[in-house]
Write a protein that binds this ligand. Structure first.
Ligand code: B12
Ligand code: SF4
Length: 495
C-alpha cells in the first residue's frame, strides 16, 4: 500500500491552484474517515462512499481536499502526526460517523484534534446522536444532519450557519438546530470522488488481506417503498421516509465505467424495486462491456420475474443479500415484512435454479419468540438452500414503530435506542447462547466447504486466495483473541 508521508500530502495539492484559492473560504479541507479498525469484515472491505460524495460536492468550491481514511492511511494513526498535519495545513475538517459501534472511541479521537480548526461532522450516526456529539466533543462546530451534499456546499461557500437547513451548530457556547433540509436530488449529484484514494480496497481483516479481489460500492437509487417495522433503511436518520428515487441509468453506467474494482456492491436498499429498470440496467451493463462481479440487496419478490434473474446473471450479479428475517408467519406479520414462510419457500425454489450466492438476513429475539422458534432459523436456512446467513437481535432504532410494541409488551425491555431487545425469559446472555447455537447448527464443516466451493466456482476465491487464507489463520485467531480480551477488559457482554 502506497502510504503517503505528511510532506506528500502537503506538496500534492489537488483542485485549483493557489491563485484561484484566494477567494475561497477554505483553502485545505481534510475529509476524515476516523475508523481505524479492519476487524469487522465490512469495515476493511468498502471505501467510505458517503465521504467521497461529500468530497465530490466540495470540488471547485474549496482549495485542496485530502481524503484520509485511517484504515488505509496508517501513518496518520499516529495521532500526534495527524494533529500536527491538521494544525499546520488544514482549515476545515469534515469527519464522518456512520456506525453505532466505536462511537465513544471516535468521540475520544475527535476531542483531541486541534480546536482552532473548524470541525464539521456528518453521517448516519452523527445525525442520530447530534446532541451527544456536541456534548462529548467541545471542538465540534457543526453537525450536518442527513444527506450532506447540498448542505456542505452552502457551508463552504460561506453561508451563515443560521441560514443553512439541515445544520446544527454551536455559537457562543449554545447549540442551535436549524430545520431539516429537503432531500437532495439524487440525479443531480456528482459521482463520489474516487480519485483521492491511496489504494484499492480489499478484504482486510486484522491486517491480513484475505482476497485478491478489490471492492467498491455504487448507489443507483435511494430509499425503499416497503415499510418493514424493524428497518430504518427506508427512512433517513431524521425519521423522514426516504422516497424511492432513481438515478438516470446512463449516469449509473457512466460511473460504473470509472470503477476499477473487481467486485461492486450496489448500496441501493433494494436493487430490484423497479423490475423494469433493473432489467434495463442489466442489459446496459452487458451492452457496455462492463465486466464485474456485482453484489445487490434484494427482496424475494424478485423471483417473480425470472427474466430479470436471467438478465442479472448475464450482467454479473453473483451475490444477493436477501432479507428473510424470520421463518415464522406470526413474526413476519408482526414486523410487517410483507410475505409468508410459504412465499419464501417458493421464492427459493426459483433462486436455486440460478447460480447466485445467496446470503440471508434473519432477526431473532422477536416479541413472543420461543427458543425453539429462534433455533429453527438454522434448519430453515438449510431447507431453503441458503449459502450463508447472518442473524441479529431485534433492535429498537430511533423512530421505529416497534418501540411502542416493545414498551407495551410486559416482560420485554431495551436499554437504549439502537440497543437490543431482551425479555425476562431471554436476557442478553440467553440470547447470546441461542445465537451461538444457531451459528453452530448452520455453519457446520460441510457448510463451510460448500461456501468455499461455491465462492470458488463463482470466481470469488482463487487458489492463491485459499492458500493465503490458510496462511493467515494464525493472524485471524490472534485478532479474534485480542478482541475478546479487549471486550472483557471493557466489561462488555459479547454482542
Ligand atoms: C451499503 C451499506 C453497507 C455496506 C457497507 C458500505 C460501505 N461503504 O461501507 C455493508 C453491506 C458492508 C454494510 C455493513 C453494515 N452495515 Co450498513 N448500510 C449500508 C447502506 C444500505 C448504504 C450506505 C451507503 O453507501 N449509503 C450511501 C451514502 C452516499 O450515504 P451515507 O453513507 O449515509 O452518506 C451520506 C450522509 O450520511 C452524509 N454524510 C456521511 N458522512 C458525512 C460526513 C460529513 C462531514 C458530512 C457533512 C456528511 C456526511 O452525507 C452523505 C451523502 O449524502 C446503509 C443504509 C442506507 N440506506 O444508507 C446501511 C447502514 C449504514 N448500515 C448499517 C449497519 C448497522 C451495518 C452493519 C453494522 C450491519 C451488521 N450488523 O453487520 C454492518 C457493519 C458495517 C461496519 N462498518 O461495521 C446501519 C447503520 C446504523 C448505525 N448508525 O449504526 C445503516 C444506516 C442501515 C440501518 N438503518 O440499519 N452496510
Ligand atoms: S427491510 Fe428491506 S424491504 Fe424492508 S423497508 Fe427495509 S430496505 Fe425496505
Amino acid at each position: 500500500m502506497g502510504v503517503l508521508s505528511l510532506e506528500n500530502y502537503i506538496l500534492a495539492p489537488r483542485g485549483p491552484n493557489r491563485a484561484n484559492c484566494q477567494t475561497m473560504k477554505y483553502k485545505h479541507v481534510m475529509v476524515l474517515n476516523p475508523y481505524q479498525s479492519d476487524t469487522a469484515a465490512s469495515m476493511g472491505v468498502f471505501p467510505p462512499t458517503g465521504l467521497e460524495y461529500i468530497a465530490a460536492s466540495m470540488k471547485g468550491l474549496v482549495g485542496r481536499i485530502s481524503l484520509v481514511d485511517l484504515r488505509q492511511d496508517r501513518s496518520f494513526r499516529n495521532l500526534d502526526k495527524l494533529r500536527e498535519f491538521i494544525r499546520k495545513d488544514v482549515d476545515l475538517l469534515c469527519i464522518g460517523i456512520m456506525w453505532r459501534s466505536k462511537f465513544d472511541k471516535i468521540c475520544g479521537l475527535i476531542r483531541t484534534l486541534p480546536p482552532e480548526v473548524t470541525t464539521v461532522v456528518g453521517g448516519q450516526q452523527a445525525t442520530l446522536d447530534v446532541e451527544e456529539l456536541f456534548a462529548a466533543c467541545p471542538n465540534i462546530n457543526m453537525v450536518v444532519r442527513g444527506e450532506g451534499e447540498e448542505i456542505i456546499k452552502q457551508l463552504v461557500n460561506g453561508a451563515p450557519p443560521s441560514s443553512i437547513s439541515g445544520l446544527s451548530y454551536r455559537e457562543n457556547g449554545k447549540v442551535f438546530h436549524n430545520q431539516n433540509a429537503p432531500m437532495p436530488d439524487i440525479a443531480a449529484l456528482a459521482f463520489p470522488d474516487r480519485s483521492m484514494r491511496r489504494s484499492e480496497y480489499h478484504w482486510v481483516q486484522n491486517g491480513a488481506k484475505l482476497l485478491s479481489l478489490s471492492f467498491d460500492t455504487i448507489l443507483s437509487a435511494r430509499g425503499c417503498p416497503y415499510s418493514c417495522k424493524f428497518c430504518t433503511f427506508s427512512m433517513n436518520p431524521l425519521g423522514q421516509k426516504r422516497e424511492y428515487t432513481e438515478r438516470p441509468l446512463e449516469s449509473v453506467i457512466e460511473e460504473l465505467k470509472t470503477i476499477t474494482a473487481d467486485v461492486v456492491l450496489f448500496s441501493d436498499d433494494n436493487f430490484f424495486t423497479n423490475a423494469k429498470r433493473g432489467r434495463e440496467l442489466c442489459r446496459m451493463i452487458v451492452e457496455n462491456g462492463i465486466k464485474k462481479t456485482f453484489v445487490v440487496q434484494a427482496r424475494i419478490e424478485v423471483t417473480k420475474s425470472p427474466e430479470l434473474l436471467d438478465d442479472a446473471v448475464k450482467a454479473g450479479i453473483k451475490i444477493m443479500l436477501v432479507g428473510i428475517e424470520s421463518p415464522h408467519d406470526r413474526i413476519l406479520k408482526q414486523i410487517s415484512k410483507g410475505f409468508t414462510q410459504l412465499e419464501v419457500r417458493d421464492a427459493f425454489k426459483v433462486f436455486n435454479r440460478y447460480p447466485f450466492y445467496i446470503h440471508g438476513y434473519f432477526i431473532y429475539g422477536n416479541i413472543g419468540e420461543t427458543d425453539e422458534e429462534m433455533l429453527y432459523i438454522a434448519q430453515f436456512a438449510r431447507e431453503l438452500g441458503l449459502d450463508s446467513i447472518s442473524f441479529q437481535k431485534l433492535r429498537i432504532e430511533k423512530f421505529s414503530p416497534l418501540q411502542r410494541l416493545v414498551e407495551s409488551t410486559p416482560g420485554y425491555h431495551y436499554d437504549s435506542i439502537g440497543g437490543p431487545v431482551y425479555s425476562d425469559k431471554y436476557d442478553l446472555a440467553a440470547l447470546k447462547e441461542i445465537r451461538n447455537k444457531i451459528r453452530g447448527r448452520f455453519y457446520t464443516g460441510a457448510q463451510i466447504c460448500h461456501i468455499l466451493g461455491k465462492a470458488g466456482g463463482l470466481g470469488l476465491i482463487s487458489k492463491q486466495d485459499a492458500a493465503r487464507l490458510v496462511l493467515n489463520i494464525p493472524l485471524l485467531i490472534y485478532g479474534l483473541a485480542a478482541r475478546q480480551v479487549e471486550k472483557a477488559r471493557m466489561g462488555k457482554p459479547g454482542k
